[in-house]
Design a protein around this ligand. Structure first.
Ligand code: IPE
Ligand code: MG
Length: 242
């Protein structure tokens, strides 16, 4: 979700105003995604690298996150939306954790759509953490190093619990992945738009989905494949038990 700052600048206002409008766009897009039947939506709300922004901006982003969680709580539950997070959420301020943690717990049983907020998230950091988990299990004799396969690794990557990425949308005109879902996006269809995140509305979401529907996904093969090769059984079990 990129372009909040530039949106604000174009209005002659403070970056914080751009983030507030960006938060409004999140509400719109979550509702629209639920309505069209998207099973899993992952939003890159705050990166591990975003901590390096000016402290006042970080505080403003955290307050907006808290406001979002408070104001959307009822609607998420009513619409059967399960909220989860990926990233180093332990770094978030307690003001956020105290509304985030109960909402994650209270929606854990819902199955209308899974909304994942990537918070203090980095794709490389996630892979690093998974490497540590597997290494520790190998050291403790629970894992045969030669038996480590994609499914084992995916089982240790929290973002993969909702499956691999089908469509990755980046707003704001940049054409890069910027440390988002690195492993899961290996074969994702990429959709880049110049639209700034606060202006990304339902029509823009439908346009991204329509573009995706015209793509031919081959996964390295010659013929078009209707679906990505299934994740081997252990990872599926992990994901289902999540
Ligand atoms: C939102 O857009 C990204 C967040 C960290 C929430 P930016 O703040 O990166 O906006 P630009 O790139 O400066 O326009
Ligand atoms: Mg940006």
């Amino acid at each position: 979700m990129d372009g909040n700052g530039r949106w604000a600048q174009s209005q002659g206002s403070d970056r914080t105003i751009g983030h507030r409008e960006g938060s409004r766009a999140v509400r719109t897009i979550v509702r629209a995604a639920r309505r069209v039947g998207i099973e899993a939506l992952t939003l890159f709300a705050f990166s591990e690298q975003n901590w390096a922004r000016p402290p006042a901006e970080v505080v403003a982003l955290m307050e907006l996150l808290r406001d979002f969680l408070v104001s959307e709580r009822e609607e998420l539950i009513e619409n059967g939306i399960r909220l989860r997070t990926v990233g180093r959420v332990e770094k978030l301020p307690s003001r956020v954790r105290e509304v985030l943690d109960p909402l994650v717990a209270d929606t854990a049983h819902l199955d209308g759509m899974t909304l994942t907020l990537a918070l203090s998230y980095g794709g490389r950091e996630e892979i690093l953490d998974a490497a540590r988990v597997l290494a520790r299990r190998a050291r403790d004799g629970e894992l045969d190093v030669d038996a480590i396969d994609e499914a084992q690794l995916e089982g240790a990557l929290p973002s993969l619990a909702v499956g691999r990425v089908d469509l990755l949308v980046r707003t704001g005109g940049e054409q890069r992945i910027s440390n988002f879902l690195l492993w899961g996006a290996a074969y994702a269809e990429l959709h880049f738009t110049r639209v700034l995140w606060p202006d990304f509305d339902e029509a823009e979401l439908y346009a991204a989905i329509a573009a995706y529907q015209k793509r031919e996904r081959r996964f390295g093969r010659v013929e078009s494949a209707p679906l990505e090769p299934a994740v081997p059984a252990p990872a599926m079990a992990d994901a289902a038990g999540e």
